[in-house]
Ligand binder design. Sequence first.
Ligand code: ZN
Ligand code: ZN
Ligand code: ZN
Length: 151
Amino acid sequence: MQAALALLRGRGHRVTAPRRRVLEAVGRLEGHPDVTEVHAAVQELGATHLATTYRALEHLCAAGILTHVHLDHAPARYHFSAEVTGAGPEHAHAACRGCGAVLDLPVEVLSPVREHLAARGYEPHLGHTALSVTCPDCAPGQGTSPDRARG
Ligand SMILES: [Zn+2]
Ligand SMILES: [Zn+2]
Ligand SMILES: [Zn+2]
C-alpha cells in the first residue's frame, strides 16, 4: 500500500481519494478480485460510485501500479504489479471455465510460446489474458483434487 502510493506519486500522478481507496481495497483483498469485489471493499472506506472505482482501476493499471488479467467469460481481475510487490516478473494465469478459480503460473512455463512468437516478430503479453482451463474440481468424473489451485 505505501509502496504503491509512493510509486504513484513518484510517477507524477495525483493521489486522489478514489485512487487511495482502490489501492487500500486491493491491499485488503486476497487473490485476484474483480471490479465488483474491489468496489464492495472501496464502499467500506467511503461512498464511491462504481464508475469512479472503474476509472481509478483503469488509471492505476495505466500507471503500472496495478495489473489486470482477462478471464474467459468473466470480468477482469486486478492485483498489484510486480513493481509494487517486488515479487519478480509478472506472472501468468490459468482460469477455470467452470468455477472461475484463478491459478498463478510462473511466466517461464510459457517460454516456448514466447520464443515461437518472438522468432516471428510478435511480442506476446503473457500476463494479460488467462489460459482457459478446467480445474481438477470441475473435471468430469473427478472426485478429489490433491493439487487444488490457490490464489
Ligand atoms: Zn473449477
Ligand atoms: Zn496472479
Ligand atoms: Zn486489458
